[in-house]
Design a protein around this ligand. Structure first.
Ligand SMILES: Cc1cc2nc3c(=O)[nH]c(=O)nc-3n(C[C@H](O)[C@H](O)[C@H](O)COP(=O)(O)OP(=O)(O)OC[C@H]3O[C@@H](n4cnc5c(N)ncnc54)[C@H](O)[C@@H]3O)c2cc1C
Length: 382
């Protein structure tokens, strides 16, 4: 059974999908259990991914990347997440938010910040969420005040991938307080992580995605030059909204990869496990459970690839990205739940792949906007 079959993937993404599969088989899958258990940042696998040209390569060729399209990044996501979600997130987060700098930043910013990420010399991240605010993007409180030819940042960010490991971050901060125009109060800034007044530490241990690391960042009079403003002041919310239209399609690949892993594990276990003198896959109840997993997976995957096409063509991107993200990540949770049940008692052994997937699937239903927020978007934009 080939779940991540390439026929649904546009032809131009076949080669990179194959590269991602081979990389995942060689570098991610064999190390997944160990990294999950130790909860360590996989520096060596990240480096191998950079060398293989599979990390941060959405950045354009002019800037040293491969200019991979959204569908190519989605193809990579499915393959990487099937092998391990935590390692996959670390690999894919190395350029998280860089798209915003590429789209709205100027040439100097491209050369100074994007090129080293594309060339594998630096990694970056996107800092939006805060300890007290997550879903309400227009409610974020970290503030950037103009002072002469500098901006001074004060506030906190939470959950930030590469907040400790990264060289610089794209930071979403408040530059206005217009109650009448909630969506015009934020801006985007490039913040080097060695700037004075920037402090970051890892958040507490997570139950899933353990090979990825997130940070709690404190900005205490953190000064950055005014040239680090990305695009126009006050346009940050809209930059983020557009960025998430792409990001959520990629997250649908997270859901699909995880669902594929759960199905593979459930299928293999059910066929190998005997009870009452026969394989448990001979019981019709088990067969129907496996059939439902396959059905839901194929529906979600068809939606995700349709959404990728719609978003690339700019047709109702917010709607399609939200539908793909919601459906795929929830199918992953359902498949993991069913996969656990078919594993019986062995499901709770922590070194089992199904137990790892079961813990990982809790996360993509939350990040890049909790699925309730996606449903708000789906309703409003339908
Ligand atoms: C592993 C991981 C990695 C992450 N990486 C990053 C990162 O790199 N950068 C970054 O900026 N952020 C990151 N995040 C943060 C993530 O985007 C937020 O957790 C997410 O947006 C939800 O915010 P919250 O956790 O504050 O939940 P809250 O906003 O407090 O919401 C809690 C719950 O309330 C409900 N809810 C909230 N609002 C509504 C509504 N309007 N309608 C209906 N229900 C609602 C939902 O059930 C929601 O799950 C990461 C999170 C995780 C878990």
């Amino acid at each position: 059974m080939e779940l991540l079959d390439e026929t649904i993937v546009p032809e131009h993404a076949h080669d990179v999908k194959q590269e991602a599969r081979e990389f995942a088989e060689e570098h991610i899958a064999p190390n997944a259990e160990e990294y999950f258990r130790k909860g360590e940042y996989p520096h060596d696998i990240l480096e191998a991914g950079q060398e293989a040209g599979l990390v941060a390569q959405d950045i354009s060729e002019d800037l040293g990347g491969r200019g991979l399209s959204l569908t190519e990044v989605l193809a990579i996501a499915e393959e990487f997440y099937r092998a391990d979600a935590g390692i996959a997130l670390t690999l894919q987060l190395a350029s998280f938010g860089a798209e915003i700098v590429e789209e709205y930043g100027n040439e100097e910013q491209h050369e100074e910040y994007l090129r080293p990420v594309a060339e594998g010399d630096q990694i970056t991240g996107l800092a939006v969420s805060e300890p007290e605010t997550g879903s309400d993007l227009a409610g974020m409180q970290t503030r950037a005040e103009k002072d002469g030819d500098e901006y001074v940042l004060n506030g906190e960010k939470y959950w930030i991938g590469n907040g400790v490991e990264g060289d610089w971050l794209t930071v979403y901060a408040r530059t206005g307080d217009d109650e009448e125009n909630r969506y015009g109060n934020h801006s985007m800034f490039i913040v080097p992580t060695d700037a004075e007044g920037y402090e970051a530490e890892h958040i507490p241990e997570k139950m899933g995605f353990r090979a990825s690391k997130q940070a709690h960042i404190v900005f205490d009079d953190c000064r950055i030059p005014e040239e680090n403003l990305v695009g126009a002041e006050g346009a940050g919310f809209w930059m983020l909204a557009e960025f998430f239209n792409h990001g959520r399609v990629v997250v649908s690949g997270h859901g699909l990869g995880l669902a594929a892993a759960a199905i593979e594990e459930a299928w293999e276990f059910a066929e190998g496990r005997e009870q009452f003198g026969r394989s448990i896959s001979d019981f019709q109840a088990v067969q129907h459970g496996l059939a439902d997993m396959r059905l839901e997976f194929e529906s979600a995957r068809a939606l995700a690839w349709r959404a990728a096409e719609k978003v690339e063509q700019g047709e109702d991107p917010g709607l399609w990205a939200a539908m793909a993200k919601t459906k795929t990540t929830e199918v992953a949770t359902d498949c993991a739940e069913q996969g656990m049940q078919f594993h019986g008692g062995r499901s709770v052994l922590t070194d089992r792949r199904i137990a790892r997937v079961y813990r990982d699937v809790r996360i993509p239903v939350i990040y890049e906007g909790a699925n309730e927020i996606q449903r708000n978007l789906i309703y409003r934009q339908s």
